[in-house]
Design a binder for this molecule. Structure first.
Ligand code: ADP
Ligand code: MG
Length: 337
């Protein structure tokens, strides 16, 4: 089980702005008349270093969205801590919790579903500000919304429009404008370009990278698409069935994936880096059913390196500089810290 010290160490000068400690979430689900417990997120520990983009990647159902929703309070964590600004936000109530909610914001996957069709762009973008009473009057509200729209590359006149009058790319820009009014510290972007045409994806990715630099944001960038994650992320965490199986600096991780699952993911996207040292063949196939409890390594059923030891859970341990891998068959080094 990963302990607090198991999280990837931050670069010496940079301090973590957000720290997830042993975060865990179970869901109950019924199937064929039986009730099952699904561990959507299993004791995840991650740091977000101020100013970085941390990519979270993994196949559908691995728990990415649930991690994001727990951070912004849309889902209640069953176990663990979310440390932000010096304390665990899961323990906060009242004004201290409200302050965290203003500073931790989410951009959602589907700009069609996340915007209320009956609300104008102005009302949608102003929503968080309205809840927190930050606007002095209607004029101030209009100005702030106009500024947020300008920041995302939309003319302030878009304020009076409705979602059905917008293209997919424009809707997602509105979704981003909502998340930056008022300016947060951290943005959780959950598959922010997955619902967009490929031709629009690069524009929205560029906008996010640009806003990050301009507003001094820190970002958790969630996607099932390795190519998209590779483009924008400084560091990358690979999730498999609710577990972090590998984490490290983006370019190094894509050039030298160490966990058999990361190797499989990267081998399936050859355009990322044709020179990457991916060795051995990995059995493809689907992730095992979430309805069945697995003893030990969650990847064992699909892994070409599987041996008896894989029936015990591997720890996320340091391997090469900046890298941690949870695999019995990858050599760990003794941590320097
Ligand atoms: N509200 C919910 N009720 C029951 N199961 C859920 C709920 N939300 C997510 N899950 C399950 O938790 C697992 C992780 O889901 P999710 O976080 O959405 O994964 P991802 O975003 O990586 O696709 C999946 O097995 C999913 O079916
Ligand atoms: Mg998701």
């Amino acid at each position: 089980m990963p302990e607090a010290s198991m999280a990837t160490p931050s670069p010496a000068a940079a301090s973590p702005i957000l720290e997830l400690r042993d975060l865990t979430k179970h869901f109950r689900a019924r199937r064929a008349g039986k009730t099952y417990t699904i561990t959507a997120v299993n004791h995840i520990s991650l740091d977000l270093v101020e100013g970085e983009v941390l990519g979270i990647v993994g196949e559908s159902g691995c728990g990415k969205t649930t991690v994001g929703r727990m951070i912004i309070g849309l889902e209640q964590a069953d176990e663990g801590e979310i440390r932000f600004g010096g304390s665990d936000i899961l323990e906060r109530r009242g004004a201290a919790l409200k302050a965290a909610r203003l500073k931790l914001r989410m951009v959602f996957q589907d700009p069609y579903a996340s915007l209320n069709p009956r609300r104008s762009v102005e009302d949608s973008v102003a929503e968080t500000g309205d809840i927190h009473g930050i606007f002095e009057n209607a004029k101030h509200r209009r100005e702030m919304v106009g500024e947020a729209l300008t920041q995302v590359g939309l003319n302030p006149s878009f304020a009076s429009r409705y979602p059905h009058e917008l293209s997919g790319g424009q809707r997602q820009r509105v979704g981003i404008a909502r998340a930056i009014l008022p300016t947060p510290d951290v943005i959780i972007a959950d598959e922010p370009v997955s619902a967009l045409d490929v031709s629009i994806q690069a524009q929205v990715l560029n906008l996010l990278a640009d806003l990050k630099a301009r507003l001094g944001l820190t970002m958790m960038f969630i996607s099932h698409d390795l190519g998209v994650v590779a483009k924008i992320s400084d560091r990358v965490a690979v999730l498999y069935m609710g577990n972090v199986v590998e984490i490290g600096d983006g370019p190094a991780l894509f050039a030298d994936p160490q966990h058999p699952y990361t190797q499989m993911l990267i081998a399936s996207v050859p355009r990322i880096d044709p020179a990457s040292r991916v060795t051995g063949t990995v059995e493809r196939g689907e992730p095992p059913s979430r309805f069945r409890a697995i003893e030990g390594c969650p990847f064992q059923d699909r892994c070409p390196k599987r041996t008896d030891i894989c029936r015990t859970m591997p720890e996320l341990l340091p391997t090469t500089p900046g890298r941690r891998v949870a695999c019995h068959h990858v050599d760990a080094v003794v941590a320097a810290d």
